[in-house]
Design a protein around this ligand. Structure first.
Ligand SMILES: [Zn+2]
Length: 400
């Protein structure tokens, strides 16, 4: 398919937290990118989707996943997890390191081993669009003893992120700061595990004291993954630093409430990013990103359109990606959805404000329709949508 026109859009969410909703009623996709918002009425396209008044929002960006190889995750003995998440609206996945490879010995990680693991994962899991989704894999597990040449290899493999999780930050501060510099010189961002020890039992504990000098690009799961830092540390991280702060499904709900409320009250929602921190001990959660949006909107008081922007444009921007924003020239990754029959919500914004799951009908990733007519992970939306192509009659707009 080379062009797709979506018309009769009832609600349009841009993914841009500064202006998260717009009065856009149609959108033209040409190839893998968005060609126009509200194109002229005589616009012709290879296919037309009549959204029937339902909502369009950017494909969700899961800022924290742990892939292993392709769609297989050994942590919960599951295959096909990426396709299942895609049916929950997630079109982009960002690896927070590939530490779940069976047999990996966390106590004997060497610079060559961690670099090679990232390079191999980037060249395999990161190379292919699994079920149509994009996985940014090849996130290195930083360990002591790495040289600049290791970071050259990571840059060559097109890694976008490096992770401090097992690295002894307090004991090797200068080395950690050197790594951060080497990453930034190569366009690689840094993320650090925060809070208490993870499922591995070997990750480093990290709170305000470390974050204040490390200054990562993104502090991972600040409300816990699974164990959060103290309330006092969380407040100081919000008040006295400026980097991106991630909330994950793996966290502590009470700390999530505290963090998001404080960011909202201080007008700093632009720093907030979302992820699931799955697959892992928290499980495999295909609707995880939708649940995150509903949680921060319905329980923490984030306006629904801004909650969507946090899960899309904010999370993409914090990781240096151009997805998550619906504007001409941006990647054509989007979700067409509506309130579910029986939901308290009169619109998607209203449903999310109530904490109700949206019903997904279509997902487009990289310009291709990857979920068509019905998600296998959500109930259907109450709207009636109509798809026509290959000479089908679309009315108003014409399908060639
Ligand atoms: Zn994680």
């Amino acid at each position: 398919m080379s062009s797709l026109l979506i018309k009769n859009i009832g609600e349009f969410f841009t993914g841009d937290i500064d202006r998260p909703q717009a009065a856009v009623t149609s959108l033209l996709i040409d190839g893998a990118v968005i060609a126009a918002l509200d194109p002229p009425p005589e616009t012709r396209a290879d296919a037309v989707l009549d959204a029937g008044g339902s909502a369009v929002l950017p494909g969700l960006v899961d800022g924290h996943v742990h892939p292993v190889f392709g769609e297989w995750t050994p942590t919960q003995d599951t295959i096909g997890w990426i396709g299942n998440y895609l049916h929950g609206g997630t079109t982009t996945f960002i690896s927070a390191c590939e530490l779940h490879v069976p047999g990996l010995d966390y106590e004997n990680l060497t610079p060559d081993l961690v670099t090679s693991l990232a390079v191999v994962t980037a060249a395999t899991t990161g190379r292919v669009r699994w079920s149509g989704a994009r996985v940014h894999a090849g996130t290195v597990i930083l360990v002591p003893g790495m040289t600049e040449a290791h970071f050259d290899r990571l840059a060559e493999a097109k890694s976008i992120l490096a992770k401090f999780i097992f690295f002894p930050l307090a004991a090797r501060r200068d080395e950690a700061l050197r790594y951060t510099q080497w990453c930034r010189a190569r366009g690689i961002r840094t993320k650090v595990h925060t809070g208490g020890v993870s499922r591995s039992g070997l990750s480093q504990i990290c709170g305000y004291d470390v974050l204040s000098w490390l200054q990562p690009d993104v502090a991972a799961h600040v409300s816990g993954g699974p164990i959060p830092m103290s309330d006092g540390d969380l407040d100081r991280v919000i008040d006295d630093t400026a980097f991106a702060l991630e909330i994950c499904s793996s966290g502590n709900d009470r700390s999530t409430h505290r963090a998001v409320n404080r960011l909202r009250a201080k007008g700093q929602l632009k720093r907030l990013t979302l992820g699931t921190d799955t697959p892992g001990g928290t499980g495999v959660i295909p609707r995880g990103m939708l649940r995150n949006i509903c949680a921060i909107a319905s329980v923490c008081g984030v306006p629904p359109a801004q909650a969507i922007a946090v899960a899309t444009g904010n999370t993409a921007r914090a990781h240096g990606l151009d997805v998550g924003i619906l504007a001409p020239g941006r990647p054509a990754d989007l979700v067409v959805c509506g309130p579910v029959e029986g939901s308290a919500g009169s619109s998607i914004a209203d449903a999310i404000a109530h904490g109700d799951l949206p019903g997904i009908a279509y997902v487009v990733a990289g310009g291709a329709i990857v979920v068509s007519g019905r998600s296998r992970q959500t109930p259907p939306p109450r709207h009636t949508l109509m798809f026509s192509c290959c000479g089908g009659h679309a009315g108003g707009f014409a399908a060639t």
